[in-house]
Design a protein around this ligand. Structure first.
Ligand code: NAP
Length: 283
């Protein structure tokens, strides 16, 4: 065989984005970005997708919608496990509940998060602590408590994945002024660096860790701030590609970071913001 013929031999390229048979856990999975990604997981071939957030009813509604998807993998199921990720005891209970119905986890999407907007002078201490705890400390302990399940089937050639939801507010500055997001922006910068540390610690165990940094996506969390900052249309006009994030933008990115296609990406941060971070202050 000639060298060009050898060079075009990519093994099984048709399945490079497939999550066939994978088991995934999505924190903050009952709505917003987590639910969009859970839908992507189901449609990319996952066999089990665990949905967790505080409210049991919201988790059950999310799971019912996911299980009704017409193009999910045959036999695939979404499973609701309500838990409060802000409490370490609840994260432990979550991992134990998940372990009752699977002997391993391939993908952990650590996505649950909270925000707070208040001016510099009156930014409340209680909110600062709550945001840092959920957005940073809880992400670490979620990874720690799921590590035994994540490494069960992990190997150099078939690594498990942790994907952490940060934000462009952790790369540039967040919102300032009367709706300032000091604690949120600091927490997202911190969780990005936590992801890099986890990438180096857990890589040798066959677990890759990467972070995503979304710009504005219309969700329950973001819509209040988006209204205060001029509304969706005005904000979209400031983005270089002239739009906000769509559900499939986030689902496609996280499916990619969970798939064989990203097997050599570890400790990276991928922005999904239409270029807004690069164009701050310019239209
Ligand atoms: N939307 C954006 O523009 C944007 C941009 C950058 C980054 N992000 C990040 O994306 C992630 C998801 O946000 P989203 O925009 O999708 O917001 P969202 O629609 O408000 O969803 C937040 C999810 O987190 C869950 N949650 C909140 N507190 C929790 C807790 N203590 N324990 C467990 N689950 C909890 C919520 O469910 P329960 O209320 O039932 O707990 C819900 O499922 C966050 O980390 C956020 O910072 C969002």
């Amino acid at each position: 065989m000639g060298s060009a013929q050898q060079d075009v031999q990519l093994q099984d390229f048709g399945t490079i984005f497939s999550l066939e048979g994978k088991v995934a856990v999505v924190t903050g999975g009952s709505r917003g970005l987590g639910l969009h990604v859970a839908s992507g997981f189901m449609q990319a071939g996952c066999s089990k997708v665990y949905i967790t957030s505080r409210k049991a009813k919201a988790c059950e509604e999310a799971v019912a919608a996911l299980n009704a998807l017409p193009n999910k993998r045959p036999g695939a199921e979404a499973i609701s496990v309500p838990a409060d990720s802000s409490k370490i005891s609840e994260i432990e209970r979550l991992a134990a509940e998940v372990a009752k119905t699977t002997d391993h986890v391939d993908i952990l999407f650590a996505n649950a998060g909270a925000s707070w907007g208040a001016p510099f002078e009156s930014h409340p201490e209680s909110a600062f602590s709550k945001v840092m705890d959920l957005n940073v400390k809880s992400v670490f302990y979620t990874c720690q408590k799921f590590e035994p399940l994540l490494k069960k089937r992990a190997s150099v050639d078939n690594p498990s994945r942790i994907i952490v939801t940060a934000s462009v507010a952790g790369l540039g500055v967040g919102t300032l002024g009367k709706n300032a997001t000091f604690s949120y922006s600091a927490s997202k910068a911190a969780v990005l660096h936590l992801a890099r540390n986890l990438a180096v610690e857990l890589g040798p165990r066959g677990i890759l860790t990467n972070a995503i940094a979304p710009g504005f996506y219309p969700t329950k969390m973001a819509s209040g701030l988006m209204e205060l900052e001029g509304g969706q249309e005005a904000l979209a006009a400031e983005v270089p590609n002239r739009r906000l994030g769509h559900p499939e933008d986030i689902a496609g990115l996280v499916v990619f970071l969970s798939s064989r296609a990203s097997s050599h990406i570890n400790g990276a941060v991928i922005t999904t913001d239409g270029g807004s971070l690069l164009s701050r202050g310019r239209l």
